[in-house]
Design a binder for this molecule. Structure first.
Ligand SMILES: NC(=O)C1=CN([C@@H]2O[C@H](COP(=O)(O)OP(=O)(O)OC[C@H]3O[C@@H](n4cnc5c(N)ncnc54)[C@H](OP(=O)(O)O)[C@@H]3O)[C@@H](O)[C@H]2O)C=CC1
Ligand SMILES: CC(=O)N[C@@H](CCC(=O)OP(=O)(O)O)C(=O)O
Length: 369
């Protein structure tokens, strides 16, 4: 059920700090929070951009009515300064939008008895310390916190998120894969073997820092697979699918970079359990997500979802099609990688943690065309 009441203990407005506010997910948090009725932005940090006003880092955040949201934004400071402000008790919620591996040491300095933290990086998503070390190249620096963190795929973890102090916001690809696959595995409707996730992402998924692969001439007008058989979102997806199946699940996962600014489209190939049809899969997903404001299951025969149908919004839209090959089905799920795949889901999690209506700040209709 979606939370529909105000918190009894959370101060309103909630004082929000964003670490890594000068990146894409930070900018998207600010865009969405500009319409949130219960938050006030009290601190923002950047690395290279520390000391700059937000409107100079992101000119689209420079304009607004006098005295309105954008004019109330504090200038960017260093991450250390924001941590000090949080330690002094002047912050209620911290969104952490820092590169993975840098985040764990910083969150370990935050007073989790005073602040709730939603971490958008990958640092706290994997529960198993050995799996983390194997995929991220070094042992975790805050193992106790890693164990406490709640994996915040909101629709499927709402009760745990409600009581969490530290939420690990899911990765963008894992969000698009787990929303359809978890309810099917937990109901035993698909085989846990032979699951293929073929996913495409827009270029904002790679962040705002300059990299050769995201230069216009490299990313536009073409596409490529990357991280083939080796992408760190594979163990994250497998963790969620294994929990759902109650046994270890391996996935074949291939991400692709496509010339879009934003959007993820994941196509998933599954084997039906004995006696199950694609209609049964669709009925299960429709039942699970029936009351959800952000997750939508298309009816049989509808055109497959398009990334444009969710662009700029927190929606996920999925379709189920019976494959031509007997005993198999194909699922397609679209999200906006920086909204449901990052900042939108992070706000959704904050709303659950603070007892706010879950749609607060997330009412935006997709931008089309
Ligand atoms: N983009 C996406 O679609 C998604 C991203 N994520 C994750 O969210 C996090 C943020 O992503 P995104 O906003 O795209 O990243 P960006 O690269 O766009 O932004 C990173 C931010 O972190 C700051 N920063 C960089 N290095 C350091 C450092 N050593 N210490 C402190 N601050 C630093 C940057 O500051 P400055 O620019 O001033 O140097 C910037 O504010 C990442 O962990 C990413 O993997 C998760 C899901 C989807
Ligand atoms: C297009 C692109 O580069 N996408 C990123 C995933 C973005 C995301 O969800 O990542 P985190 O796990 O880092 O939070 C990647 O493949 O690494």
């Amino acid at each position: 059920m979606v939370a529909d009441g105000a918190a009894t203990t959370t101060p309103i407005p909630v004082r929000v700090a964003i670490l890594g506010a000068s990146g894409y997910t930070g900018a998207e948090l600010l865009r969405l929070l500009s319409s949130h009725p219960h938050t006030s932005i009290v601190a923002l940090s950047g690395e290279r951009s520390a000391g700059s006003p937000m409107g100079s880092v992101f000119p689209h955040l420079a304009f607004g009515p006098p005295g309105g949201f954008v004019h109330s934004l504090p200038d960017l400071t260093t991450t250390a300064e924001v941590v000090t402000v949080a330690q002094a008790g002047a912050v209620d919620v911290v969104f952490c939008c820092l590169p993975h591996a840098t985040t764990q040491k910083i969150i370990a300095q935050l007073p989790l008895d005073k602040v709730r933290v939603v971490d958008l990086s990958a640092d706290f998503r994997l529960r198993d310390v050995d799996t983390y070390a194997a995929w991220y190249g070094a042992p975790h620096a805050a193992v106790e916190l890693q164990r406490q963190a709640v994996y915040g795929l909101t629709e499927l973890a709402r009760d745990a998120v409600r009581g969490a102090r530290l939420v690990a916001n899911p990765g963008c690809y894992p969000t698009s894969a787990q929303l359809p696959l978890v309810p099917l595995l937990s109901a035993g409707l698909i085989s846990p073997a032979d699951i293929i996730v073929d996913a495409k992402s827009g270029v904002t998924g790679a962040g705002r820092a300059a990299k050769v692969g995201t230069l216009f001439c490299e990313a536009a007008d073409g596409m490529s697979a990357y991280g083939v058989a080796a992408h760190r979102h594979a163990p994250e997806i497998e963790q969620g699918l294994s929990d759902a199946a109650g046994a270890p699940v391996d996935v074949v996962f291939t991400p692709h970079l496509v010339p879009l600014a934003r959007g993820i489209l994941s196509t998933m190939y599954v084997k039906l359990a004995a006696g199950v049809t694609a209609d049964d899969l669709r009925a299960r997903l429709a039942a699970v997500y029936d009351e959800e404001p952000f997750v939508h299951v298309l009816p049989a025969g509808a055109a497959p979802p398009h990334t444009r149908h969710v662009r700029g919004s927190n929606h996920a839209v999925m379709a189920v099609v019976a494959d031509r090959v007997a005993g198999r089905a194909i699922l397609v799920c679209v999200i906006d990688n920086i909204v449901k795949g990052a900042s939108g889901q992070a706000i959704q999690n904050m709303n659950v943690m603070c007892g706010f209506p879950e749609m607060d700040g997330l009412g935006a209709t997709p931008v089309f065309p």
